[in-house]
Design a protein around this ligand. Sequence first.
Ligand code: AHM
Ligand code: MG
Length: 342
Amino acid sequence: MARKAIGTTITEHLLKQQRSHPQATGSLTHLLSELIVAAKVISREVNKAGLVDILGATGDVNIQGEQVQKLDIFAHRIITERMQHVGQLCCIASEEYADLIDIPPNFPKGDYILLMDPLDGSSNIDVNVSIGTIFSILKRQSSGSNVDYQLSDALQPGYRQVAAGYFVYGSSTILVYTTGTGVHGFTLIPSVGEFLLSHEDIKIPERGNIYSVNESNYAYWDNNTRDLVNYFKTMDAETKRPYTSRYVGSLVADFHRNLLKGGIFMYPADTKDPKKPKGKLRLMVEANPMAMIVEQAGGYASDGHGPVLEVEPQSLHQRTPLFIGSKQDVLLAESFISGNRR
Ligand code: AHM
Ligand code: MG
């Protein structure tokens, strides 16, 4: 009774979810619990970032050709080192690292693969705007304890994810996760160091009134994308337009707001950088985990032509256009982008 008064802990919730999957062994629960510990450490560092020498760029450029921030590397290291020890993983993929990361030879191994963006929204680190950690968990398809994992084990389409989630380091630190039975949100109580259930069984509104996109890319979009954004901005009483515009520039923050309030987040293909014709966001560590979450919450994620979750990945760091959020808004976006709108 008293325990319920202070809320359900994430541990209690994970165990309850585990019991609802009859074949579960506890491995996934163990893995997620360890990831949560790593995120608490990152949250602590983010909260004191202005006070210690952890802000700014390291001077290096990552596999994506982007400036590496000190906190990016810190987050990558904290998660990788902790998760290599848990015994449930066969390898790790990180936005910050070109290849799959092995589990060291003498460490116990398992069948899961962790894919992550350790610190999403890095351009916002130095200015105290929300950032986050995004994760996706797959189960390897190749079998046999003596068989090494294959790259193809990590290159599975998003519908095969067994869990996905994100941490937002914002006005509070929030964890949102799914293991395929709904989407649940937890808020970190810093004084207790515990995540407590704050958003149970999240459902995204069927239709919203927010559009989130970096509109400064307008000149680099094709006509279908411009028509879509113009549509959201056009006045029409019946469909309650114009929509309002909200764009933080951290996917986790933009996605989280729209998940709770309804609306659409877009990062379309553009011609800004010939090396990134599909836009900026990465399929495996950004689009797929958010797509699993949004679909579990009743929404939809599209690459403009079909479900993100059905894209067959070709490489670890491939990019994808992303239209994600309230189902009606994303279906409408898909009809514009694919040229099917009459
Ligand atoms: P990052 O993972 O290197 O931080 O980059 C991804 C971020 C997303 O969080 C965000 O949606 C997007 O980049 C913003 O890009 P832009 O500045 O082009 O609008
Ligand atoms: Mg990112």
